[in-house]
Design a protein around this ligand. Structure first.
Ligand SMILES: Cc1ncc(C[n+]2csc(CCOP(=O)(O)OP(=O)(O)O)c2C)c(N)n1
Ligand SMILES: [Mg+2]
Length: 799
């Protein structure tokens, strides 16, 4: 398949991004831009809080201190170190820095940054989908963006090793700018461990080590640990500790004592003195280093301002030191840069422990503007107040390696999906079994669909029926590894052959990693010009464990198919810790994801077929399937076009009601046999009662809500699918709904046309038992359905 690259010009050679030395003019230009980035990011936030007229009295915010601490390292990266093939996850609270850099590079409009955090303006936290200035990886929930880089690097290897990328596309580095408190998030370590197993390459984590989080100053002993941790995981650790000024001072008499003083200075004291300034540094150094040769001369040689500059000269805020450290790494070993910085560097609240949400006041901002020689009214001017002429800076920006014409976003053609997926249907089977067989058929028949599917699972590959697919398509690994058990002639149904050709990514049991891997795979078409159709399997209850990452992937518009199985109390003997009831509500409420719970395998085949198309459609999204291990009788029927259409819309009449019927039983999922049996009994008393098969509460709900909204605004007159289905029953008919999930999943049906509703479901924690006991206990068996129907009829008779 040819991959089309849209409107980005040819992929040509780009400027060498590893210059050996930095000429003075280049450094001067970079320094000027660094200053401007700090100003613009600070001003952008100030504008949002103090200048744009507030309408609701709410504080707008924007994190001036978090931005300031990373402005230098980000300037170094974007204006000199990065190539356009590199991908970056910027720590959430450096969004203003990112937008300032893009503004200087000409990729961001003044209008957008003037409306930072306003409706339609630059986003508070970098967003792939909502920002317009080339965000690679969204961030916001700390830890997720950084970890995503690990999984993006795996995807980059996957598509490059398979030759799926457009010709000439270079491998890039997957770079995260990480807040140091993000290292408190457990998901970071899950990602590191998985990355170690996969021998990841081309990943950089640049830690903004300002030793402050939101509430407080970080424990002094922490970094010794983190240091080792990265090394244990096979990463190179580069400490960007001291800037050039301090390094020079260390070489002077008394320098060693000064270094030692800083090394042993508690983080809190260092931060407090940073806030207090030169006089406070002087007082402490005078007292603590009394009598040390050279210290007196050092102190006498600095006024308060320059002493403060010296003592806060950490490498992460020193452009030259940062550039040197970044340029020194030229191989593909995963590398962690620990960039020592000052939170709020260069701003009045630098170092103050409460500065996370701090904002400069109008007077402070005015003074800051004046020191930068920016005239009032010129605050947004790109080069105002800089001591290098605009033409030179403009030329410099034009030559920045990152800004060179190169494809940064791709539109790849869709993979054609057959009009029907083969099933290998048996008279009795479960949807989970059906899923495994459908994939097996695809694997066996080959072709483009089979080649573009990639599966992944957190150690539940075999138990979610991915086994046959993996046997045929193998496990992905950068190097060949043979199956030892097979070599030793140990009989097993499961092959475990690993190679670059493999199409399954086996993960350890960390569901957050699963969702981050799915997100990275689901962006491969846009990021690497290689369309993949990712499928991830997970036990349904453990969606909860990876939920934030699931939401995050959808927020970035990553496209994947989530197969959640087994599910519900139908998992009977496994007990309450493994049973799920709320997951259909989670997926119903999740934007960017269409969720299904088919009862039958022919429905599943059509849903998967439709899902592969939906995952590729411009206005599509991800797909979630809630499946079951319960083996039930499969209907023998023809999947007509009408039925297929209704299955993917979310419901169809398994037994059509008579016009004006007084009762409908609606069921969803593996509980179908109970609903059918109860409906059969009901027919004796109410011959016209209908039986509604619901395949997707989510699709029905989304359709209903969006059509109501459209009708309100006069856009569409058509009715929703669920409205059409319920339009044939009596106005005062009753609905009995039943599912192996929380009763609210279908409970909203009563609001569609104002019908009385008797919603049955699982509303408390599960427990062990067999199906009969559990269905009876939770009130979702045939008797419970009959009882609800009887109550409904009695109420109707009473009027
Ligand atoms: C998962 C998650 N929990 C909590 C928050 C709220 N929060 C935002 S920033 C922050 C601390 C950030 O500290 P750090 O990563 O060190 O960033 P910096 O010091 O650069 O501001 C917290 C707790 C969040 N964004 N995401
Ligand atoms: Mg911090």
């Amino acid at each position: 398949m040819a991959t089309e690259i849209q409107s980005f010009g040819p992929i040509g050679p780009i400027a060498d991004d590893t210059p050996a030395s930095l000429p003075a003019t280049k450094l001067a230009a970079l320094r000027a831009l660094e200053r401007k980035v700090l100003w613009l990011s600070t001003w952008m936030i100030h504008n949002a809080n103090h200048i744009r007229p507030p309408r609701d009295g709410l504080k707008v915010g924007g994190h001036q201190a978090s931005s300031a601490s990373v402005a230098t390292m980000m300037s170094a990266l974007y204006f000199d170190v990065l190539g356009p093939q590199d991908r970056v996850a910027v720590k959430p609270h450096a969004s203003p820095v990112f937008h300032a850099i893009q503004y200087l590079l000409g990729n961001q409009t003044r209008e957008k940054i003037e409306s930072l955090r306003a409706f339609g303006g630059a986003q508070s936290y970098p967003s792939r989908t909502k920002d317009t200035d080339d965000v690679d990886i969204s961030t916001g929930s700390v830890g997720l963006g950084a970890a995503h880089t690990v999984f993006s690097s795996i995807v980059q290897d996957y598509v490059h090793l398979k030759g799926m990328t457009p010709p000439g596309l270079r491998e890039g580095r997957m770079i995260a700018l990480v807040g140091d408190a993000e290292l408190d998030e457990g998901n970071m370590y899950e990602a590191l461990l998985e990355g170690w197993k996969k021998e990841i390459r081309n990943v950089w984590w640049v830690i903004d080590y300002n030793r402050q989080s939101l509430d407080s100053v970080i424990s002094d002993r922490l970094f010794g640990q983190i240091d080792h941790l990265f090394e244990n995981m096979g990463w190179r650790v580069v400490a960007l500790k001291y800037g050039k000024l301090l390094e020079r001072a260390f070489a002077q008499p008394g320098g060693e004592a000064l270094r030692n003083w800083i090394e042993t200075c508690p983080n809190s004291l260092y931060a407090a003195l940073t806030y207090k300034g030169g006089a406070a540094w002087r007082e402490h150094l005078k007292r603590d280093l009394k009598g040390v040769a050279g210290i007196k001369a050092l102190l006498n040689g600095h006024d308060d301002a320059s002493l403060h500059t010296l003592m806060t000269n950490l490498a992460g805020n020193d452009l030259e030191a940062s550039l040197e450290a970044f340029h020194a790494v030229t191989d593909d070993l995963p590398t962690c840069f620990i960039g020592y910085t000052v939170k709020g560097f260069g701003l009045p609240f630098a170092g103050h422990k409460d500065n996370h949400a701090g904002l400069m006041n109008v007077d402070q901002m005015d003074e800051y503007r004046a020191t930068l020689n920016i005239a009032p009214g010129e605050e947004w001017e790109r080069f105002a107040g800089l001591d290098i002429d605009p033409a030179t800076l403009e030329q410099f920006l034009d030559d920045v390696p990152f800004a060179q014409e190169y494809p940064r976003s791709f539109t790849t053609p869709a993979i054609e999906i057959p009009s029907k997926l083969d099933i290998g249907l048996r008279s009795r089977m479960s949807t989970q079994d059906g899923f495994g067989r459908i994939l097996n058929e695809i694997a066996q028949s080959g072709g483009e669909l089979a080649d573009r599917i990639v599966t992944t699972s957190p150690d539940v590959t075999v138990s979610t029926n991915l086994g046959p697919w993996v046997n045929r398509r193998g496990i992905f690994s950068r190097s060949e590894t043979s199956d030892t058990f097979a070599q030793e002639s140990v009989v097993s149904a499961q092959k475990w052959q690993m190679s670059p050709q493999g199409q399954h990514i086996e993960l350890g049991i960390a569901e957050t990693n699963l969702f981050l891997q799915l997100s990275a795979l689901g962006l491969a078409d846009k990021m690497f010009g290689a369309r993949l159709l990712p499928i991830g399997t997970v036990y349904d209850p453990f969606i909860r464990r990876g939920l934030d990452a699931m939401h995050y992937g959808c927020y970035q518009d990553a496209r994947y198919m989530l197969v959640a199985t087994p599910s519900g109390i139908t998992l009977a003997p496994e007990g309450g810790a493994h049973q799920s009831s709320e997951t259909p509500l989670i997926t119903l409420a999740q934007p960017g994801m269409a969720a299904f719970e088919p009862a039958y395998v022919d429905e599943l085949a059509e849903i998967m077929r439709w899902g592969f198309e939906y995952m590729q459609a411009d206005d599509g999204g991800s797909v979630a399937l809630r499946l079951s291990t319960r083996v039930i009788d499969q209907p023998v029927r023809e999947m007509t076009d009408e039925l297929r259409n209704e299955v993917t819309k979310g419901a169809y009449w398994l037994k059509k009601p008579e016009l004006g019927t007084e009762l409908v039983v609606a069921y969803c999922g593996a509980i179908a046999p109970e609903a059918i049996a109860a409906h059969q009994d009901i027919l004796e008393d109410i011959p016209g009662a209908g039986l509604l098969a619901v395949t997707s509460p989510d699709r029905l709900h989304a359709d209903w809500i969006s059509r109501r909204r459209a009708r309100r605004t006069g856009k569409v007159e058509t009715i929703a699918h669920i409205e059409g289905l319920l339009s044939v029953i009596a106005d005062d008919a009753a609905l009995v709904t039943v599912c192996d999930a929380h009763s609210a999943t279908l409970g909203w049906f009563g609001s569609v046309a104002g019908h009385r509703i008797y919603p049955l479901g699982v509303d408390t924690f599960g427990q062990s038992g067999d199906l009969q006991d559990l269905y009876r206990h939770y009130g979702i068996d045939s008797d419970a359905i009959l009882d609800a129907a009887a109550r409904a009829c009695v109420r109707r008779l009473r009027g």
